[in-house]
Design a protein around this ligand. Structure first.
Ligand SMILES: Nc1ncnc2c1ncn2[C@@H]1O[C@H](COP(=O)(O)OP(=O)(O)OP(=O)(O)O)[C@@H](O)[C@H]1O
Ligand SMILES: [Mg+2]
Length: 468
């Protein structure tokens, strides 16, 4: 048998490719995850060649086989379709691009199908939408649609897992927007493996991509994530599609955050915030006010941080509890902040402010299930810890932002002006911020001084200057 007709082997977890079977994946180190995938087929879907070659073509029309001078390359503005959901439009950079393929992934039960059905309902007023579900029957979809209040003239639903039958319906309905819920339930008879296997997922995504590019159908594909948080299926899936969205949040809590991790037609900076209710997902246009709702007033150990999610400033409450000395074996627990960052801040506070806390148990929590991954929240964490240690509440109308260095210095952060504006907009009376950012907010300070009841801005150069 010629070598080229042999199947290659893939790691089911991360998509690592190998010519032979391996017991342990050299990339993700998982054991027994290698499965054989056949070479790409030339079956009914018409997908030829490896998925990567199709993926690299982007939005170029099929058959554009000649090199052209960049100056003479055709220039077309991509038509965008608004999803009717403002938070989602913002994440996508202004709506869905016609003919693009978007992967929406998230943990089980987080609300992917709910969001897709709501979006289908909104778009179906102006465009034809085909909602393909491999997970639910038409009755189930109808029940959910009734509960969400979704309906629209141009909304077609189809419960099917066979991709060839789906393509038949695409021919019959000729939709502008298609939703495939989910890629792991779809099956192509011409490809080896069961639904959800690496080879099936790869080939079906490639064929969906060809279809959407050639017919100008905007396709949204729902994908499951594995227990380690990555999208189930080959990594190449993320390279093939135009946009990758992650829908995340704690299932016990009501807030959901839509994050864009890849976008060929816009920035990946924006996030969308939603709230899960019995009637579906509600948009949260003003997350700061929502996250701060019901905040304890005059309680020691609570401080407000201003963090940037994409280009959007958001105020969140950080809580700290420092309790009893536990020499040699202190407990450190944090939710929503980085464990190493917390350890560093505790060490800095011990060394530079002389707080005797290295042997104390420390618990830090960001309220609302929000995850902070930028150092600008350091100053608020310090504020909450110092308040808990001294059992003195931080005044309720205070907010903080600034990065802490190892010598106890408060370092400048990006977009100080946006953060300060958000703090003032929400009616905070005092803001602690880095001295190094003073010049960046000079205009805002000047405007504030002219007001009758201005917000007080306290510039901090070093932690030693922090006073409530
Ligand atoms: N009848 C209901 N009343 C209120 N909330 C509901 C109801 N049914 C579902 N939900 C909410 O919707 C969530 C499930 O949403 P959805 O089915 O859209 O998730 P999903 O991400 O598509 O899940 P899966 O990965 O299983 O496909 C549930 O976790 C629950 O919070
Ligand atoms: Mg679902």
């Amino acid at each position: 048998m010629a070598k080229s007709s042999k199947g290659v082997f893939f790691c089911k977890e991360c998509g690592y490719e190998s010519n032979g079977w391996l017991g342990q994946c050299p990339s993700c180190r998982s054991w027994n995850t290698f499965v054989e995938a056949p070479p790409a087929t030339d079956g009914k879907t018409g997908v030829k060649g490896g998925a990567a070659t199709v993926g690299a073509s982007g939005l170029l029309p099929a058959g554009a086989g000649e090199a052209v001078l960049l100056e003479k390359a055709p220039k077309t503005e991509r038509e965008r379709v608004s999803t009717g959901i403002e938070e989602l439009d913002r994440v996508l950079g202004g709506g869905l691009v016609k003919g693009s393929i978007v992967l929406v992934s998230g943990d089980p039960g987080i609300g992917k199908s709910t969001l897709m059905l709501m979006l289908s309902g909104k778009i179906s007023g102006k465009k034809k939408v085909l909602y393909v579900s491999g997970e639910e029957s038409c009755e189930q979809i109808k029940m959910r649609a009734d509960r969400l209040g979704v309906g629209g003239e141009g909304l077609y639903v189809f419960a099917e897992t066979n991709i060839a039958r789906v393509y038949e319906q695409v021919g019959a309905v000729a939709p502008d927007v298609m939703i495939v819920d989910s890629i792991q339930t779809m099956c192509d008879d011409n490809v080896q493996g069961t639904a959800g296997s690496v080879s099936q997922v790869r080939e079906i995504t490639a064929s969906l991509m060809k279809l959407s590019k050639s017919r100008g159908i905007t396709t949204l594909v729902v994908g499951h994530v594995t227990k380690d948080g990555s999208i189930a299926g080959p990594k190449i899936l993320e390279h093939m599609v135009d946009t990758v969205l992650y829908f995340e949040g704690e299932r016990q809590l009501v807030y959901r955050i839509m994050r864009c991790v890849k976008n060929r037609f816009g920035s990946t900076n924006e996030i969308g915030v939603f709230e899960m209710t019995g009637k579906g997902l509600n948009e949260v246009p003003n997350p700061s006010a929502t996250f701060l709702e019901g905040r304890p007033v005059n309680a020691p150990g609570s401080a407000v941080a201003c963090v940037l999610e994409g280009t959007r400033p958001m105020l969140v409450e950080v809580q700290a509890l420092i309790s009893g000395a536990n020499p040699g074996n202190p407990r450190r627990m944090c939710t929503g902040v980085d464990y190493n960052r917390l350890s560093m801040i505790l060490a800095v506070l011990e060394k530079r402010l002389g707080l005797n806390i290295v042997n104390c148990d420390a618990y830090v929590n960001v309220v609302g299930g929000i995850k902070i991954d930028e150092p600008a929240a350091d100053l608020a964490i310090v504020g909450a810890i110092v308040s808990s240690v001294g059992n003195v509440p931080v005044p309720a109308e205070c907010a903080f932002f600034g990065e802490i260095g190892l010598t106890g210095e408060v370092r400048a952060v990006t977009h100080a002006d946006k953060r300060l504006s958000e703090i003032i907009r929400l009616g905070f009376k005092r803001c602690y911020m880095p001295l190094a950012n003073k010049a960046a907010v000079a205009d805002i300070e000047k405007a504030e001084l002219r007001k009758e009841f201005p917000a007080e801005i306290r510039y901090i150069g070093n932690l030693k200057e922090l006073r409530y």
